[in-house]
Design a protein around this ligand. Sequence first.
Ligand code: TA6
Length: 319
Amino acid sequence: MIYTVTLNTAVDRILHINGELTRKHNNKIQNAHFDIGGKATHVSVVLSSLSIENIAMGFIGSINKDVLVHLLEAKGVKCDFIEQESCSIRESLVLIDESGKGSYMITEKGFPIENKTYEKLLAKLKSTIKENDIVIFAGSPPEGIDGEKYKRILEIIKEQKGKVIIDATGEYLKAAIPLKPMMIKPNEFEFQELIGKSLNTLADYVREIHGLLESGIEYVVVSLGRKGSLVGHQHRIYQVSPPNITEVNDTGCGDVFVGGIIAKLSQNSSLEDTFRFATALSASKATHWGSSDFSLVQAKELEPEVQIKLIGRDEYVVL
Ligand code: TA6
């Protein structure tokens, strides 16, 4: 079974603004809608769209839980969240204007997690996760879950012999590394923060990715936005370049990318098929207004345009 865990769920409010967003100006909204927020939830959407069984877990607030659960269920996602009384799921504002420079994302903090709610999650994971289950943690944990508590959650998955996938940042990503997750997917900034220095050349990235692979992480994937990604697996590193598309909303592309990877890995696809699909799906997401919208048909059409190149050791040494 595949479980996605969103510790700080969100409802995205997508605001499409006429023209370019401008200070000291009445920026008119052309249209607005609510969408699924929170990162691991988006992974569930991808899996469900492909009829891959999965369950969305994490924390939700009792006050507006139905908004998110209805959005997820409408996309075929099964939910099993832990509810905290008298709390509201946070709202993330996604502002999309017509500048072509990418979206603005403005996120609320989310409600702080009480100790008893945290303990409920530990107990649920202990009783649910079985050997070889894949458990994806994506998104920033809320107040009440520090690096230590996050690590304890991941330890439970490891004790149950589950496979951990991490798309997190800062202290949380750092806390996960000693537990050797099956995959990490930082973006270039999160990766540099993890390594603790700035990386300026492809050779710098390659060296650090190799280091993490050697420490026992099976897949080290660094997403590079419009430039695609670097994928490290079994002593090899690949450069994956995305197809050309007209972007309307980049919010959620990274989450859909992770969803595509997990979907294909769970079907034992080859590395090439996995990253071709995930990259095409993420590109399809970028052409859609919603933060959880994409088209499987469009992704199929875009797949041949994805380029995957093995980076040879000699090649990166001379760069
Ligand atoms: O990646 C997009 C997204 O999942 C949005 O849907 C939004 O809710 C946000 O990220 C949450 O990110 P955070 O890092 O605050 O958990």
